[in-house]
Unconditional design. Structure first.
Lengths: 374, 266
């Protein structure tokens, strides 16, 4: 069995810490009963989409599209001004994730977009500043682009050596000169995935997005995931945004492949605006993909962890949907989605990590006796 | 202005309004292939004008700058076909606004080119396969909705799977049921013959459904509908933020000073 493969029989014992006496906090989220839940945010960014960094109209349109997602799906009280959204500082991010928010750890996922932004949108280099200042809080992921040829492979080796990468984020729809995207099943992609495997980069996060050549095909096709998941059994493929807008095709693939996971970013915020649809989506994911293969992600700074997790912890699948799908969002399932699944993929020893964060004063600001949701 | 001229003017104005209404009705039948919803109900169409020479001018926009070029082109092409089918229409021009491929798509549409001709090497064939894929998804989504309705009002799986097309058409149903039957029949031809003695319910391959595993079949297709509804919610939300739909066709600053059209009648 691969290290990241689901093991539904794994006991939960010790992973929910009952700490009602309040003898020191060991996680950011605590339920009313005093259960502490370790949260790993699978999808965060430290980006610069400001006009000063925009290279062209596409850079402007890209951040505007993100801002539309943010404005449309956030509760009114959580909406940011546009200029803050375009570029925020490191302290804002740290506070939103780990002080106001319930994240204990977060994965930094890069998005280069060097054709749209002068210094890139959200590079590994830019993200590494966050990791450097808070090593116990962040997992730093890299990226590669198969269209970069031999030079790109060398860069991947160097990047992996420098940052000890365990994961990469791929953006198959990224524009590069004349090219409007690539497929994981391309010959060049195989070379990079083989290299990743050798370098111990086990977690391949894939953003499925539009504009993949040829344009006449379904631009959101997830079939290339199916191909590489079969060919690279030792790698884990985390499909960000759980394959939306192709949830139907994605569920089919994820059911057949043991190493395909669903990232909840973009799906989760619907819990506020359209809780009914969210109920259906999470039900389908639980039914087809299963509780061991779904990962929470805020997609920060599009959305922030505090309100997402407050709503998620309070959420129950309505009876009529459960009747249809048989899916229940139990406490055990929520705990797996919020942190345990990502911990397993990234080899995080939750208990040891809690101690490290606590020793670094990471929980010092939390009032002992106050129960979540705060 | 003489009485005669005024009468003519009024007649022309009324005729123009009737023709515009006809165009809008026609566009209502055009769907977003992905969402299986009308492009007018989705608020994609911003303008549908008819000039005195019966030339039609349509403008539309999409939820993001990045919406897939193929779907954008399909919708424009479907609008062109639907409107051209009206016998009085002399010419149709369609313009897509604020989109990464707007220039290319608009140039292609203006010259009456196909998708392949418009995009050259970036496309490797026609849109027919894509169109078929999404017609099948629309068929499946409409079928599940109807099957759930029929089961919900008490028809047995055995009865449902043995209904012929004519029997389905004659089934006593309430208003909701009638709408579901109509929507289903609109897409039923995607998977097989519409001869009245054919079975009403077949799968995407045209094979008859089995009563014994009807609920498993429905579970399998359910996610097609969930997917489409989720995307629809997302698309509507993004469109409303992007274009401030409270004031759909004119910027806020100009909206208050614009007189209603009726006051322009002399």
């Amino acid at each position: 069995m691969g290290a990241g493969q689901a093991n539904p029989a794994a006991p939960l014992a010790g992973l929910i810490t009952l700490n009602p006496s309040g003898s020191g906090r060991n996680a950011m989220y605590r339920t009313a009963k005093g259960e502490e839940i370790f949260v790993i945010d699978g999808h965060t960014h430290f980006w610069d989409g400001s006009p000063a960094n925009q290279k062209n109209i596409h850079g402007k349109q890209f951040i505007e599209c993100f801002y539309a997602y943010h404005s449309n799906l956030s509760p009114p009280s959580e909406k940011w001004e546009k200029d803050k959204f375009e570029k925020y500082d490191a302290k804002t991010m740290f506070d939103d994730l780990f002080v106001t928010g319930y994240d204990d750890m977060a994965i930094l996922q890069p998005t280069y977009l060097t054709d749209f932004y002068k210094n890139g949108f959200n590079t590994t280099e830019r993200n590494s500043a966050m990791k450097k200042n808070h090593p116990d809080r962040f997992i730093l992921n890299g990226a590669f682009d198969p269209r970069d040829g031999t030079k790109g492979l060398e860069d991947l080796h160097a990047l992996s050596e420098k940052h000890k990468l365990k994961g990469v984020k791929l953006y198959t729809a990224e524009w590069r000169g004349e090219s409007k995207g690539y497929k994981l099943s391309d010959k060049a992609s195989y070379k990079y995935l083989e290299a990743a495997q050798k370098l111990g980069i086990k977690n391949i996060h894939v953003h499925k997005g539009p504009t993949i050549i040829p344009l006449n095909r379904d631009a959101f096709d997830v079939a290339d995931i199916d191909d590489v998941a079969t060919s690279f059994q030792d790698l884990n493929f985390i499909v960000e945004h759980c394959g939306l807008p192709r949830l139907d095709d994605f569920c089919w693939i994820a059911t057949q492949e043991t190493n395909v996971y669903a990232g909840l970013a973009v799906a989760l915020p619907f819990i506020h605006l359209r809780p009914g649809y969210f109920a259906h989506v999470i039900s389908e994911l639980l039914f087809w993909v299963g509780p061991d293969k779904i990962l929470y992600g805020s997609d920060y700074a599009i959305w922030t962890p505090k309100w997402l997790i407050d709503k998620f912890m309070a959420f129950e699948i309505p009876a009529d949907v459960t009747k249809e799908t048989g899916s229940v969002l139990s406490m055990e399932t929520k705990i797996k989605i919020l942190g345990l699944n990502a911990a397993r993929l990234y080899g995080i020893d939750v208990e040891a990590q809690k101690k490290k964060i606590r020793a670094g004063g990471g929980y010092a600001h939390l009032p002992e006796a106050v129960h979540a949701p705060r | 202005m003489s009485d005669h001229a005024e009468q003519n003017e009024q007649m022309r104005s009324r005729q123009s309004r009737d023709r515009e209404a006809e165009i809008w009705a026609c566009l209502q039948g055009v769907t977003d292939p992905e969402l299986d919803e009308s492009v007018t109900e989705l608020n994609f169409v911003t303008k549908a004008d008819v000039d005195p020479e019966n030339r039609v001018h349509i403008e539309f926009r999409l939820p993001t700058y990045w919406c897939a070029a193929n779907f954008s082109f399909l919708m424009a092409d479907d609008m062109r076909c639907a409107v051209s089918a009206l016998d009085w229409v002399k010419d149709v021009s369609i313009v897509l606004g604020e989109h990464m491929y707007a220039d290319k798509i608009n140039a292609g549409l203006a010259m009456g080119l196909s998708f392949q001709e418009t995009f050259g090497t970036e496309a490797d064939g026609s849109l027919d396969d894509l169109r078929q894929t999404f017609l099948v998804k629309a068929f499946q989504r409409r079928q599940v909705a109807l099957l759930n309705h029929l089961l919900g009002v008490g028809h047995s799986p055995e009865t449902i799977v043995s209904l012929t097309l004519v029997e389905l058409g004659c089934l006593p149903v309430d208003d909701d049921g009638e709408k579901l039957v109509r929507r289903y029949l609109e897409r039923r031809a995607v998977v097989g013959s519409l001869r009245t003695d054919m079975l009403a319910f077949v799968d995407a391959a045209g094979v008859r459904l089995k009563a014994g595993n009807l609920s498993a079949y429905i579970s399998g297709l359910r996610r097609v509908g969930v997917n489409a509804e989720f995307n629809s919610a997302l698309c509507r939300g993004l469109l409303s933020v992007r274009f401030d739909l409270e004031t759909p066709f004119v910027p806020k600053s100009k909206a208050s000073s614009k007189l209603p059209d009726t006051q322009h009648v002399p």
